[in-house]
Design a protein around this ligand. Structure first.
Ligand SMILES: CC(C)(COP(=O)(O)OP(=O)(O)OC[C@H]1O[C@@H](n2cnc3c(N)ncnc32)[C@H](O)[C@@H]1OP(=O)(O)O)[C@@H](O)C(=O)NCCC(=O)NCCS
Length: 217
């Protein structure tokens, strides 16, 4: 008999190939497969470098979603260095070809936009870093459960307010539905060769309160 309700458990290193696949399918499918896979790896390692809470949803042995969150005061230098080293290793390999350099340049432009958004909206003591479910797992209440697990983690650690970055390539209205407030918006400066067609994405920073905070719903 198969289970139809995913379990939520702590992330393991052996989950990473499936996590990178879900991330790649969501945000890097328009790239050449080799470049898309490398960018997905860089993205996940970049997020893991600051994550202090990592949960996956597993159904019948398959990872069907994951969520990463961070309380920066709890990050360790060892973890930061380990994930940053893996990220830099992949980035150096991407520099060898033109499509790779274009992908890295876009990654750097997004990081600059996020920095500017946070400079104006912050500072915050906690962040929801990365949150994706595989398409078949969406729309059945799993996202709400996983987001709830992060809220419990924040509240248990005395966090009132947290932030997250999102953009128009994401289901960002999920956060509005959960009561988060938009604190800033900026367009991405696009360049020829970007994979966005005629509509460049807009990047957002949102803030929300945990049940620990004064305005929690
Ligand atoms: C966003 C995401 C994590 C939501 O997970 P989900 O399992 O589909 O959401 P749920 O089924 O748990 O929905 C919970 C509630 O949010 C609402 N909801 C779900 N997606 C929504 C959306 N895109 N906009 C507004 N509300 C949404 C549901 O109607 C439900 O409402 P209710 O609690 O009032 O009944 C998932 O759709 C996803 O992985 N999307 C792609 C990746 C992404 O965009 N990640 C987030 C931004 S970086």
């Amino acid at each position: 008999m198969t289970e139809s309700t995913p379990i939520i458990r702590a992330m393991r290193r052996s989950d990473l190939p499936q996590i990178e696949q879900i991330t790649g399918d969501m945000w890097y499918a328009e790239y050449e497969p080799k470049v898309g896979a490398a960018l997905s790896h860089i993205d996940v390692e970049h997020c893991l470098a600051r994550a202090t809470f990592a949960r996956v949803a597993e159904l019948n042995g398959e990872i069907v979603g994951f969520i990463l969150a961070s309380i920066p005061a709890h990050t360790t230098q060892v973890s930061k260095l380990r994930h940053t080293a893996r990220m830099v290793g992949s980035a150096l390999r991407l520099l060898a070809d033109k499509a790779g350099r274009r992908g890295l340049d876009e990654f750097a432009r997004i990081a600059r936009v996020d920095d500017r958004l946070l400079r104006d909206a912050g500072p915050f003591d906690a962040e929801v870093v990365l949150f994706v479910l595989a398409p078949a797992a969406r729309g059945h209440g799993l996202g709400k459960r996983m987001f709830g697990a992060v809220m419990e983690y924040f509240a248990a650690n005395g966090i009132d307010e947290y932030f997250l970055f999102t953009d128009t390539t994401c289901d960002y209205t999920f956060y509005e539905h959960r009561g988060l407030e938009r604190r800033g918006a900026l367009p991405l400066e696009t360049k020829p060769g970007d994979c966005y067609g005629s509509e460049p994405p807009t990047f957002f920073v949102y803030a929300g309160m945990t049940s620990h905070g004064p305005q929690a719903k």
